[in-house]
Design a protein around this ligand. Structure first.
Ligand code: TXA
Ligand code: MG
Length: 354
């Protein structure tokens, strides 16, 4: 167990002294958690195999699931990727820095452990001054998966990171809650049309507006568990984002959802379970469960995305046995929200109709 240093840092204008100290830890092969616009990441020097190995260990991450490599300058992508297609350059110009991760054929400067022995690499430039300052000061690309223990919901605050990793990492840069709340969109640009491997902070609609057709990998929209052979992104086969409680997602038209959620609450109560409901502002007053929380308004899917992971952690803290979650529309950030909820439920999806 080591002592994890917590450095408070200004989110817009990070203090140079603090960034220098954190960058020194990265350069020496240490592990530093830092904020991005999506979620907190756990950073290590991406070109230092030993540091990346320690990163997997600290997170208890399966070694076949590679992290995203974060860069602070556009040029760096040409060092990490063997081939940067024209469509990728358009995306980089439009969306970087921002919540879009691109999967390229990888170059041979990258250690095998960083890419889990794949012949591809996932790269992004985060839109957060603290993240950018840390990467630039470290002078190396930074491998950074979300800063949670494997299988737990991604952290959107320093408190979440410490809940999982206090004593397991060297330091954290604390700049308050993250803005978007779900992870970046992972887009495979080694195929044409490009394919979304994980929906996230850059909505499909925004990518299509600049690129034309963008495909969705079948697992992204899966409503049931698909065979692992189909999982082109290693993260797809691991149960992710999961709270300790059993989670059930109810999907359909809103009146049908409300009726079904009420019915499920009663069923689980009869089984003497402590029942939680993950509702929305429009419906939160209808439910009489042990713990009822609202994700936000159904017309504000950005707010819903921002609240999702924190609320899942809160249900666990309150010790509920089962969480019944309302489905939301799969447009804009709603696709990322539903992908996380479906995965977290282990595909326990109930279709509601009147
Ligand atoms: O917003 C984010 O993306 C956050 C912040 C910290 O940047 N990072 C993040 O990293 O969510 P992580 O490691 O938790 O998720 C990375 C995802 C995983 O699903 C992984 O399987 C996929 O990206 N991935 C990484 N390398 C890949 C590759 N070469 N090909 C396909 N998928 C890859
Ligand atoms: Mg993760």
């Amino acid at each position: 167990m080591k002592k994890t240093l917590v450095f408070k840092v200004n989110s817009e204008n990070p203090e140079a002294k603090i960034i220098r100290e954190a960058a020194g830890i990265i350069r020496n092969g240490g592990l530093v958690a830092f904020p991005t616009e999506t979620v907190y990441g756990l950073g290590a020097d991406a070109l230092n195999a030993k540091a990346v190995l320690a990163l997997f260990k600290a997170k208890r991450r399966p070694p076949d699931n590679p992290p995203i490599v974060h860069i602070g300058k556009f040029e760096d992508v040409y060092k990490l990727a063997m081939d940067v297609p024209a469509k990728a350059e358009i995306l980089m110009k439009t969306f970087w820095p921002g919540p879009l991760t691109l999967v390229f054929k990888r170059s041979n400067i990258v250690p095998d452990v960083t890419v889990a022995c794949l012949d591809t690499i996932a790269v992004r430039m985060p839109k957060h001054n603290v993240a950018l300052a840390l990467i630039r000061e470290s002078g190396c690309p930074i491998a950074a998966p979300s800063a949670n223990l494997a299988g737990k919901p991604s952290p959107t605050t320093t408190e979440h990171v410490l809940e999982d990793l206090d004593g397991r990492i060297d330091a954290i840069l604390d700049a308050g809650p993250t803005r978007i709340g779900v992870e970046s969109t992972v887009l495979d640009v080694t195929v044409d049309p490009p394919q979304i491997l994980r929906p996230g902070g850059s909505p499909r609609e925004a990518l299509e507006a600049v690129l034309g057709k963008v495909e969705l990998h079948p697992i992204v929209v899966a409503e049931k568990r698909l065979p692992v052979e189909k999982a082109r992104s290693p993260g797809m086969k691991h149960r992710h984002y999961a709270p300790k409680a059993k989670l059930v997602v109810v999907e359909g038209e809103l009146p049908a959802i409300v009726q079904k959620v009420m019915q499920l609450v009663n069923n689980y109560k009869k089984q003497e379970m402590k029942v939680g409901v993950l509702a929305t502002n429009e419906t939160v007053s209808f439910y009489k469960a042990d713990v009822v929380k609202s994700l936000g308004g159904r017309n504000h899917l950005d707010v819903v995305a921002k609240n999702l992971f924190g609320l899942l952690r809160e249900f666990d803290a309150e010790g509920v046995d089962v969480i019944i979650a309302e489905g939301v529309p799969t447009e804009g950030l709603g696709l990322a929200v539903m992908n996380r909820l479906r995965k977290a439920s282990g595909y326990r999806i109930v279709k509601a109709s009147l």
